[in-house]
Write a protein that binds this ligand. Structure first.
Ligand SMILES: [Zn+2]
Length: 557
């Protein structure tokens, strides 16, 4: 590895091809200075190992958000930033940005019932037939409201699609389908790929924005791409939310089983499969049902807080230093479960001590450079990713530099220490104006770009870069692919499958001395080069025309 990397560096330093290879339509990047190359070369797999080992040690108790171990991890990361001489960019001159959150548990006293015009009420069984959370964060809420079927519950002007058609749904409960209208046309909801409109989070947000008091998603296994047991498991017990900030919320954010939905619709003398077929048309209009939801939702509300850890390296250009590149990696994991017998510490070595270690090593490299890039660099290690990207959502809403001035976000999450990578994954990069530079940098590093194998699964919406994309920042995660030196692709796929089966989100995601951090160092160098380029480009990076995040970017927040 060392040998081939030296070779790559030699090519990088000596070749003028670096800037010439970029697409003609792209602004030409500044070539990296030799000072930048030498600090990039200094990125060290053994330091990445040391950070990973410490952050995933049992003493850190699984780095739970709002738990002692999580706070120790945050202090460790802040201390590293301080030793690198980076400026604090959190609250009140510190590295810490406090993220206020609440944990909500729906209690068994909760009642959920449907009644038709003939007053034939049906009480639903919690967890077996429905799940619901009160997003308004009250100890108890009551709902008595008419139900309206709104198809997919999507309003997407860029695809000329509007399920609401201007209907007034204030105070109503909205019944809707999961996912999005299917098609193979890439111009229509990106063909097979899932857009954000297909995610359940969007559907609740849109319903709340329109003034609905509740939204009920109909679970159908093939449409959701997961079974009811997944809905049930991820909707029982405590769920965390950001503290209320004025954003509209639902008293009932719910799911119901398909059969229950069919029964509910039948009470209004209608047929669910007919409604579902109608919903596939652009001409679909909301259908008011003659069925009401009567609900009494009782919740345990537990306020807590954890910190994002943020540092800044000021840029060297008088004008562009107000703009920044942002690196991120979540430091939280699932914490400790004292009531569980045996090993009850979720160490999260891969997920995401490795990403934090890469972030720290990139920060270290930037701080060592004799000459700094034109734009500033932000380093953000965020909390509560495992609770639903909450730390990054808060940071996106409260960035130390306005989102409109952050040219690029690069996120690192779960970088397996498997040796020397021959591929990178940068899914989402192709949607930004930075992609041709990503391609040429990958080429210089002799890394093949591996396309997203299952765009229909919507992975782009499940990691922290998505929180930054939502506020318009061109952002994506950088990771290894499946091909490693000395192995075939099948080996890489087998490693990934084994991790998912045996260790992902389990106490066995632990550090082992035989881990090979060459991979993490290679990704760190690649990420460093991308960030340096982005920090030096004459213009800010944007989303490609027509992208779902373009609007947020152009709004100039
Ligand atoms: Zn993760």
């Amino acid at each position: 590895m060392q040998k081939s990397f030296a070779l790559i560096l030699a090519i990088l330093v000596s070749s003028t091809a670096w800037s010439q290879q970029k697409g003609a339509s792209m602004p030409t990047a500044t070539r990296m200075s030799s000072a930048a190359f030498s600090v990039m070369q200094g990125i060290n797999p053994e330091r990445i190992r040391a950070h990973t080992r410490f952050l995933s040690h049992d003493l850190l108790e699984g780095r739970g958000a709002g738990q002692r171990g999580g706070d120790v991890a945050a202090e460790y990361i802040a201390t590293q930033f301080a030793t690198y001489g980076l400026k604090p960019a959190g609250d009140k001159g510190s590295y810490m940005q406090r993220v206020p959150m609440v944990g909500i548990t729906t209690l068994p006293e909760t009642r959920f019932a449907f009644s038709g015009p003939r007053d034939d009420a049906r009480d639903l069984k919690y967890l077996d037939e429905y799940v619901a959370y009160d997003q308004t964060q009250q100890a108890s809420s009551d709902i008595s409201a008419d139900i309206v079927f709104v198809g997919y519950g999507i309003e997407a002007p860029e695809y000329n699609w509007d399920d609401y058609k201007g209907a007034d749904v204030k105070g109503k409960v909205l019944l809707m389908l999961v996912s999005e209208p299917t098609s193979d046309d890439p111009k229509f909801f990106k063909g097979r790929a899932l857009t954000y409109y297909g995610r359940w989070t969007y559907k609740y947000e849109e319903a709340a924005r329109k003034g609905a008091v509740g939204a009920i998603l109909i679970h159908k296994t093939d449409m959701a791409s997961y079974g009811w047991d997944v809905v049930r498991n991820s909707n029982s017990g405590e769920k965390s939310y950001l503290e209320l900030d004025g954003t509209p919320k639902l008293k009932a954010a719910a799911w119901i089983q398909l059969g229950v939905a069919a029964d509910l619709v039948k009470k209004s003398g209608l047929d669910l499969s007919k409604l579902m077929a109608d919903a596939l048309s652009r001409d679909f209009k909301p259908v008011p049902l003659q069925t009401k939801l009567s609900a009494h939702i009782v919740s345990k509300v537990r306020p807590f807080a954890a910190n994002n850890v943020i540092a800044l390296l000021p840029g060297s250009d008088a004008k562009r230093k107000d703009e920044a590149v942002m690196y991120s990696a979540h430091y939280d994991h699932l914490g400790i479960r004292p009531d569980m017998p045996g090993d009850n510490i979720y160490n999260g070595a891969d997920d995401n001590a490795t990403g934090c270690a890469v972030l720290l090593e990139i920060a270290h490299a930037f701080s060592q450079a004799a000459q700094k890039p034109a734009r500033s660099i932000l380093f953000a290690s965020v909390t509560a990713e495992e609770q639903g990207l909450l730390g990054s959502e808060y940071l996106g809403k409260h960035p130390p530099i306005p989102a409109g001035k952050i040219t690029l976000g690069l996120n690192f999450d779960d970088l397996p220490p498997l040796g020397s990578p021959e591929e990178v994954e940068v899914s989402g990069a192709e949607r930004t104006t930075f992609f041709s530079i990503v391609q040429s940098v990958a080429k210089e590093f002799r890394l093949e770009i591996r396309p997203d194998a299952r765009p229909e699964a919507g992975h782009f919406y499940r990691s922290d870069h998505f929180s930054f994309a939502r506020v318009g920042i061109p952002s994506f995660s950088v990771n290894e692919g499946m091909k490693f030196k000395g192995h075939d692709e099948a080996w890489g796929l087998a490693q990934a499958a084994e991790f998912t089966d045996k260790h992902y989100h389990q106490p066995s995601d632990e550090y082992h001395p035989e881990m090979d951090f060459t991979a993490d160092a290679a990704i760190a160098r690649f990420g460093f080069a991308l960030g340096w380029e982005a920090a030096s480009l004459p213009k800010l990076i944007g989303w490609e025309k027509g992208d779902e995040f373009e609007k947020a970017r152009l709004s100039g927040n």
